[in-house]
Design a protein around this ligand. Structure first.
Ligand SMILES: Nc1ncnc2c1ncn2[C@@H]1O[C@H](COP(=O)(O)OP(=O)(O)OP(=O)(O)O)[C@@H](O)[C@H]1O
Ligand SMILES: [Mg+2]
Length: 499
């Protein structure tokens, strides 16, 4: 098979970081190539070069056998290369339809043809299985749905080479399955697809070939019949990983958080009641849109409950805002790290110590010694890859940004830790470290309540799992009752168990 796109000897440096060093990569028409590597390995950097987002320092690029240079995203699109960004890249104040056709609006006599936008957008929305009107504002959609809009937008360009940088990281199982169908249809139509994911199960299902980067260099390739979990992991990490982390349940302590009859503003017709005990790790499963994030946001006071009671350590608390929650030892690590979790223009060290650092009562100065020790401890624990702790967070790779968010909140040593998709976009080595950290915090008596769309994570880490369906708590599964089938039954509303 001759390659549709081929690059050789690609190099790219940023201040203090050699992101890519002599990398070769190719993809053919009708082929799905999975690009793998640990956080910071250089995957997104390489893809941004292919799509014209940024230029390489060195290297050659060919499309259809001809040497090309792609100097802008616009030129990339003209040559048939479209990139679905890892970090969502939508104009959130515009409608879904306006985003899909941004910069390429159909016009009649120079005037934007809104009707054509709506009609055309609807076709691509349907293709990705997203059931929203084209005139919906993007900011009113969940992240999962925003991700589907990004995908619809890329499809609308009729690209010959489609690059997907972690497209499923915030999709539910159902949405992921739909996306897989789309990918397979595109492959049959002869589109060349590059697929980046940290979910190795997806790669096994989809990829015709696997290319692995390690520290900005080619680490190896696997052809279709060589693709398996262990082979991928050992190429990525260059060392053997111990068995995939699994949680050792322990005897839960006393109730630390009790929610009785609470109603979230989004699904205010449903009452939700449950308890969290010290040292317990409780998973919260459900499809995207089931109300999991809303529930966490209500417990944390971002969207206070409409009615019902929340008590912490036996004391009823009116959680009217995050300040109240934090004062009672409840913290939330949000799903959308860019908006809620990070101060993107500040250094790694400042972000890590943001929440836990107290100012000196008298002078109002920050304690720099404390900042240094928190930063060192958390950078090491989380294995954050950065040239220095003074690096601005914006320039870290996606997975490393996620580690900074987690590190920041873990440094606070909370009583109740709410985690929304804690390992989204995190590589397999670092995932295990996050699981180990959750385990360690639970041993120290923290109650952990985590939302995850990854079945393996729910099954592997939960002492108990709550499942939601369309805003209601459709069931609670003990560790003995926990299996994929039971979770899916409850999540899709096919069954209900007594909560
Ligand atoms: N604009 C930039 N300025 C400075 N450093 C950068 C910039 N973009 C990327 N880097 C650095 O280049 C390296 C590769 O980053 P890249 O985003 O390509 O990693 P990745 O493989 O996509 O990781 P992840 O799985 O976490 O998304 C990282 O060390 C990152 O911090
Ligand atoms: Mg990336």
């Amino acid at each position: 098979m001759s390659s549709l796109l081929e690059v050789t000897g690609i190099g790219k440096s940023f201040p203090g970081v050699r992101a890519l060093n002599g990398v070769d990569f190719s993809v053919s028409a009708g082929e799905v190539v999975a690009l793998l590597g640990e956080n910071g390995a250089g995957k997104s950097t390489l893809m941004k070069i292919l799509a014209g987002v940024q230029p390489p320092d060195q290297g050659e690029m060919k499309i259809g056998g001809e040497t090309v240079s792609i100097r802008s995203v616009h030129e990339g699109l003209e040559m048939g290369v479209a990139l679905i960004h890892q970090e969502l890249n939508l104009a959130t104040n515009l409608t879904v339809g306006a985003n899909i056709f941004l910069g390429r609006e159909p016009r009649i006599a120079g005037v934007i043809d809104e009707k054509a936008i709506s009609e055309n957008a609807a076709v691509f929305l349907q293709q990705v299985g997203l059931d929203v009107a084209p005139d919906t504002l993007v900011e009113d959609l969940t992240i999962g749905k925003q991700q589907l809009v990004e995908i619809a937008k890329a499809l609308s360009t009729s690209a010959k080479i489609l690059i997907m940088d972690e497209p499923t990281s915030s999709l539910s199982q159902g949405e992921t399955e739909r996306l897989f169908e789309v990918v397979k249809e595109l492959r049959n139509d002869g589109v060349a697809i590059v697929y980046i994911s940290h979910r190795l199960g997806e790669v096994e299902e989809l990829a015709d070939r696997v290319v692995v980067l390690r520290d900005g260099e080619n680490a190896g390739e696997l052809s279709r019949n060589e693709i398996n979990h262990d082979a991928m992991v050992s190429l990525m990490v260059g060392r053997d990983l111990s068995q995939f982390y699994s949680h050792e349940p322990q005897k839960p302590g006393e109730v630390v958080l009790c929610a009785s009859g609470i109603r979230t503003p989004v699904h205010s017709h449903e009452e939700i009641s449950f308890e969290l005990r010290a040292g317990e790790i409780v998973g919260l499963a459900g499809l995207v849109g089931a109300g999991r994030t809303e529930l966490l946001e209500t417990l944390f006071g971002i969207t206070p409950s409409v009615s019902g009671d929340i008590s912490v350590g036996g004391e009823t608390v009116a959680v009217t805002g995050p300040r109240v929650a934090i004062a009672h030892g409840i913290v939330l690590v949000p799903e959308d790290r860019k908006q809620q979790g990070l101060v993107i223009e500040m250094a790694v060290a400042d972000n890590l110590s943001l929440t836990s650092l107290e100012r000196d009562q008298k002078t109002g100065r920050l304690n720099f010694e404390a900042e240094k020790s928190i930063t060192e401890e958390m950078s090491e624990k989380m294995r954050i890859k950065t040239p220095s702790s003074r690096q601005v967070v914006r320039y870290l790779s996606g997975g490393n940004q996620q580690k900074v968010v987690l590190g920041k909140w873990l440094a606070m040593k909370p009583r109740v830790l709410l985690l929304d998709e804690p390992t989204r976009g995190i590589d397999i080595g670092a995932k295990q470290e996050i699981y180990a950290l959750m385990e360690k915090l639970a041993e120290e008596g923290v109650a952990i309540f985590f939302v995850s769309s990854e079945m393996e994570e729910i099954l592997g880490m939960s002492d108990r799992a709550l499942v939601m369906h369309e805003g209601r708590l459709s069931g609670v599964l003990s560790r003995e009752e926990l299996n994929e089938e039971a979770v899916m039954q409850l999540a899709t509303g096919r069954s209900e168990a007594a909560a």
